[in-house]
Design a protein around this ligand. Structure first.
Ligand SMILES: Nc1ncnc2c1ncn2[C@@H]1O[C@H](COP(=O)(O)OP(=O)(O)OP(=O)(O)O)[C@@H](O)[C@H]1O
Length: 222
């Protein structure tokens, strides 16, 4: 169980997260939705430990058991995707053979000796997914993982997430792609201006006669 209690974050005068509390059961797949600037990335970065909260506590997350897929990375010039992944594998203390496994999983084996700066947006997303999977973490945090993926890789991503669910991993991801959210998530949390405004089983969204987009807009306007 991941327990988030009274987390707050401001960037200067801008509130990104008002006191926010929620619990995430082990083995669940939770989607964070909300408009631009709602606080989704901020929450994921705080959960991943790449950003400090101003206040509040989070329990149930340990660095060794958590993989994070941010929405961007900066790989030093001259470093190929394979070398980057080998570096991260060493940092995580995992076998370098895993690098080949995650490259194959994400269809990047052929491109692995190129620098990520030469990758397309979708290839970069797949590299970010690959780096998250190194070490086979129990908890996966993903910031807009579907961005830039073509329809083939969106389907692959969904299959990989469903496989991770079957393996009992805990998954938290942000997305604006509501149809993809409904295909994999079992719970949908809606954030608005740093506050939680809806927290429901995905089943409620699926059974609604409104489109997910209409339901989303109605909840934001309520
Ligand atoms: N580095 C930063 N400096 C200043 N303000 C920031 C910074 N990062 C985020 N913010 C502000 O914090 C708020 C939450 O931003 P955040 O990126 O967490 O939202 P988001 O829900 O992920 O948005 P999007 O869907 O557009 O990615 C916004 O008002 C944003 O302008």
């Amino acid at each position: 169980m991941i327990t988030i209690e009274q987390i707050t974050k401001k960037y200067g005068p801008q509130t990104a997260l008002a006191p926010l509390s929620l619990s995430i059961a082990s083995g669940s797949c939770v989607a964070l939705c909300g408009g631009n600037g709602a606080g989704k990335s901020t929450l994921l970065h705080i959960m991943a430990g790449t950003l400090h909260a101003d206040g509040g506590t989070i329990s149930g997350l340990t660095r060794n058991s958590t993989g994070f897929m941010p929405d961007a990375i900066t790989v030093p010039p001259g470093v190929s995707a394979r070398r980057w992944l080998c570096y991260l594998a060493d940092l995580k203390g995992c076998d370098r053979r895993e690098v080949d496994e995650v490259l194959t999983m994400t269809g990047l084996a052929q491109a692995a000796d190129k620098e990520p700066s030469a990758f397309s947006r979708g290839m970069l997303q797949r590299l970010l997914f690959a780096q998250m999977m190194l070490g086979n973490p129990d908890i996966l945090l993903m910031d807009e993982p579907g961005n830039g993926l073509d329809p083939f890789w969106v389907e692959e991503w969904k299959q990989q997430v469903l496989t991770c669910r079957e393996q009992g991993k805990t998954i938290v991801f942000s997305s604006h792609l509501l149809h993809d959210v409904l295909a994999v998530a079992d719970r949908i949390i809606l954030l608005h201006e740093g506050q939680l405004i809806a927290d429901e089983p995905a089943e409620n969204w699926k059974q609604d006669t409104r489109t997910p987009e209409q339901r989303f807009l109605d909840l934001l306007r309520a």
